[in-house]
Design a protein around this ligand. Structure first.
Ligand SMILES: [Zn+2]
Ligand SMILES: [Zn+2]
Length: 231
């Protein structure tokens, strides 16, 4: 199936305001994708509306969030079930920095309903690092039946390699997102333990036009292996 498992909605301050649930889903359908995940920074508040909006659309949705750990590393956490995702969100709220969002500086953090109407906004700043370590984030997501993937591991700031210079050994990571096929080879060369790990080629889209075309394909076996016992 063709996938894009890293798209930001308008809840992410840095994303366009027209990144609404229906606009994203419709664009993904037009682009011929089979599965998407909308992963906003440090909040799952947009996920329930996405679940509702996706109900009558020919596309599968996985629930997700892009968490910034205390080391300033971006981790994508995925959940098959909305309830698990919202359970994780309850915990996530407790590790957010208690600082209000400066809309003029960072941008708005809008929550839309399933009809693309703005119904709320998040007041606490979601653009900052949480107080949870990388290991704490990943352990908690796994405990909520989630799966974790290092976001843009090599090429962008807040990628684990750019941020730490290495990948810690004691963490239960299930996948690695890269932006270029040659990064996969590079990473396996330096970290042979990831030879059988699923590599993700997502868009990290902050505007509709940037959502993946049909270029990142996951086989059903890879998808099944990724989720393991969490079906
Ligand atoms: Zn990121
Ligand atoms: Zn992102």
């Amino acid at each position: 199936m063709f996938a894009d498992l890293h798209i930001h909605s308008a809840l992410s301050a840095c994303a366009d305001d027209d990144m609404t649930p229906n606009n994203i889903l419709n664009m993904a359908v037009i682009k011929g994708l089979d599965v998407i995940a909308i992963c906003d920074h440090n909040s799952c508040k947009q996920q329930p509306a996405i679940a509702k909006a996706a109900q009558d659309k020919p596309i599968q949705v996985v629930f997700g969030v892009e968490v910034t750990s205390s080391e300033e590393v971006h981790v994508l956490c995925y959940f098959k079930h909305l309830a698990d995702c919202m359970e994780f969100d309850k915990w996530l709220k407790t590790v957010l920095m208690p600082i209000d969002n400066n809309e003029k500086f960072f941008g708005k953090q809008l929550i839309y309903d399933e009809n693309d109407e703005v119904v709320d906004k998040v007041s606490v700043c979601l653009s900052l690092a949480t107080s949870a370590s990388l290991k704490e984030v990943i352990d908690k997501a796994n405990a909520c039946c989630g799966r974790c993937v290092f976001a843009h591991a090599i090429s962008k700031s807040h990628g684990v390699i750019r941020q730490l210079g290495f990948i810690p050994e004691d963490i239960a990571i299930s996948g690695i997102e890269v932006t270029d096929q040659k990064h996969t080879i590079e990473l396996i060369k330096t970290h042979p333990r990831f030879e059988n790990t699923l590599f993700f080629f997502n868009s990290d889209a902050h505007q509709l036009i940037d959502i993946n075309e049909r270029d990142f394909y996951i086989t059903s076996k890879q998808w099944k292996d990724f989720w393991g016992e969490h079906t």
